[in-house]
Design a protein around this ligand. Structure first.
Ligand SMILES: C[S@@+](CC[C@H](N)C(=O)[O-])C[C@H]1O[C@@H](n2cnc3c(N)ncnc32)[C@H](O)[C@@H]1O
Length: 217
């Protein structure tokens, strides 16, 4: 398995995109609140935009990431906002939580930061830390993205490249097609699977958005 590499937030901290919650996440906030879920993990929290949203809304929040710089920003913001968030430096390959700790889990643009062998391990970790009946929302990079198709980046394995610029410098990116996504999440109940295109000024990207559930006992 390839060695993990955190984001270099010094290069991306100014990007407004990473400071405001993603619109998709509001749906999960309301759904999980209505379901009475309490214990929430923001896996690969970055600057903590979603950890703050969930903490504001009464969830017991744990946030973890491999990038100390992002966690520093979250620590400061949670202090200013008087929010009680558990903040941990860690690697998603070995989540620092005991089995069945969380009712719900978010990993927004995170778990693709690995290679073909790492992804299975990370999915296993997500399965381990969720309670039976617990839900997750995760995103995965799609092979339809120009960053995969262009062939411009160093290749790690048939599904994985290394990014060479910006905050993602030297961070691995694992890309899926639909069959691979289905295989990766096969141990869960799939509640909603989407293929989403984000369009920017000069380019675009595709991701699979997966809403799933750990099967009941
Ligand atoms: C695209 S950012 C997304 C941040 C956050 N989820 C959000 O939506 O704002 C990806 C994050 O994943 C983190 N990351 C990369 N590899 C990781 C690993 N092995 N374990 C934990 N976090 C990791 C990076 O450091 C970075 O903060």
């Amino acid at each position: 398995m390839i060695k993990s590499k955190e984001w270099d937030w010094e290069r991306g901290i100014e990007e407004k995109w990473w400071s405001e919650p993603s619109e998709d996440v509001y749906y999960y906030l309301h759904r999980w609140k209505d379901q009475g879920f309490k214990r929430f993990l923001d896996l690969g929290c970055g600057l903590g935009r979603h950890a703050i949203l969930f903490a504001h809304n009464g969830f017991e929040v744990e946030a973890m990431d491999l990038a100390e710089k992002g966690l520093e920003v979250l620590r400061q913001n949670s202090k200013t906002l008087h929010l009680n968030i558990g903040i941990s430096l860690g690697d998603m390959n070995h989540l620092p939580y005991t089995a069945g700790t969380f009712d719900c889990l978010l990993a927004y643009h995170v778990i693709s930061h690995t290679d073909s062998s790492g992804i299975k391990n990370i999915i296993g970790e997500i399965n381990r830390v969720l309670v039976h009946g617990g839900e997750f929302f995760i995103t995965l990079c799609s092979k339809e993205s120009p960053s995969y198709k262009s062939g411009k980046h160093p290749i790690i394995d048939e599904n994985t490249i290394l990014k060479t610029e910006g905050p993602e410098i030297e961070v691995p990116h694992f890309y899926c097609d639909l069959d691979t996504v289905k295989e990766i999440i096969s141990e869960f109940e799939t509640l909603h699977l989407r293929h989403i295109q984000d369009i920017y000024e000069n380019t675009y990207s595709w991701h699979y958005f997966v809403h799933g559930k750990k099967k009941d006992l």
